[in-house]
Design a protein around this ligand. Structure first.
Ligand SMILES: [Zn+2]
Length: 331
């Protein structure tokens, strides 16, 4: 590596230099640490010369080693906290109830105490910890805007973390990626059929959520709230299919439901579900347009579709077609 010319004490001149990696030893608070550092040599006389970038690099390498050995949060993570939670250095110091400049000093490279480091680590790793801190000490902040901005960021983060693990969200992403023009209403019905037929064929539920017997058919409330802004319009999706956590048996059912039910509009699917036992039973006693949040237990959905599978003599998931066509012909 060569770069700008630097003054060489031996040559008494500005010279080019080369940099090499080398094992180094440094001391912090009386303890010695070995680390991989760099040295610069004059290309003319080979003597070691001082280059400020190399000096900074070594200092950081030594401190990184110190952090590693003492289990202190890394500088990178400290800096990411601000980005992650959309919070400035000073506001974060205030939230932490630290001196106004304390966090800024850590951000610039100062090493936090073990106690402060542990707190920063928890905040870095768990958005819930940060969220709690933000709510508890929001009155320390001098700007409401800063609070709101950070709150939005952490809520999104928490939402993402929780959603990522949920099977139903992988199922939704798959359905959205497979169907063009899928409305919130149609999505609700496809989820219900996927759950029912998956159970019928594999004797277990694809996801945990229960739906409710709303006026317009079975509805998964959380999914409803997520997409309600689309109203009667197709939901936009750009999710990649390959990143989804789905088994082959699962995608086989999903594909079949998409193929044989996804071709109908949400309104048609709603009519299908209105003639099916699980929705009817959960709404027994309700008037036609009466609101209800009665749960349609997935066990009841599973039982119903097991029965359907048996009376239609379904052998393969592609036989779902028989049921879909018969439902449509009976409208
Ligand atoms: Zn020299």
């Amino acid at each position: 590596m060569e770069s700008q010319r630097v003054f060489c004490e031996e040559c008494r001149n500005d010279v080019n230099y080369v940099v090499e990696e080398t094992q180094m030893v440094g001391t912090i608070k009386g303890e010695t640490y070995e680390y991989m550092g760099k040295v610069a040599h004059c290309v003319d006389c080979q003597s070691e010369i001082y280059v400020s970038e190399v000096h900074d690099f070594n200092l950081k390498a030594l401190y990184d080693e110190y952090r590693k050995k003492n289990d202190i949060i890394s500088l990178e993570h400290i800096r990411e906290i601000c980005e992650k939670y959309a919070i400035g250095k000073r506001p974060l110091s205030l939230l932490l109830d630290w001196g106004e400049q304390t966090f800024s000093r850590y951000y610039e490279g100062d090493i936090p105490t073990k106690q402060y480091s542990n707190l920063l680590k928890e905040i870095y790793e768990d958005p819930h910890v940060y969220y709690e801190l933000l709510e508890k000490n929001k009155n320390n902040l001098t700007s409401v805007k800063a609070y709101q901005k950070s709150k939005l960021a952490v809520q999104q983060l928490i939402g993402q973390v929780e959603n990522e693990d949920k099977k139903i969200n992988h199922v939704i992403a798959y359905l959205l990626s497979k169907c063009e023009d899928i409305t919130p209403l149609a999505l609700q019905k496809l989820l219900y059929y996927v759950q029912g037929f998956y159970y019928a064929f594999y004797d277990r539920f694809l996801f945990n959520e229960d739906c409710q017997a709303w006026v317009h058919g079975p509805v998964y409330p959380e999914v409803y709230h997520r997409y309600k802004d689309y109203r009667f319009n197709p939901i936009k999706s750009n999710k990649e299919r390959d990143s989804l956590d789905l088994l082959v048996s699962e995608t086989v059912i999903l594909d079949s439901v998409v193929k044989y039910f996804g071709c109908y509009s949400g309104k048609i699917l709603e009519l299908f579900t209105h003639s099916e036992e699980p929705w009817l039973a959960a709404r027994s006693g309700c008037k036609m347009f009466e609101q209800s949040d009665e749960i349609i237990y997935k066990e009841d959905i599973g039982k119903y579709f097991q029965h359907i599978k048996s009376i239609y003599n379904m052998i393969n998931p592609s036989d779902i077609k028989l049921y879909a066509e018969s439902m449509f012909s009976r409208l």
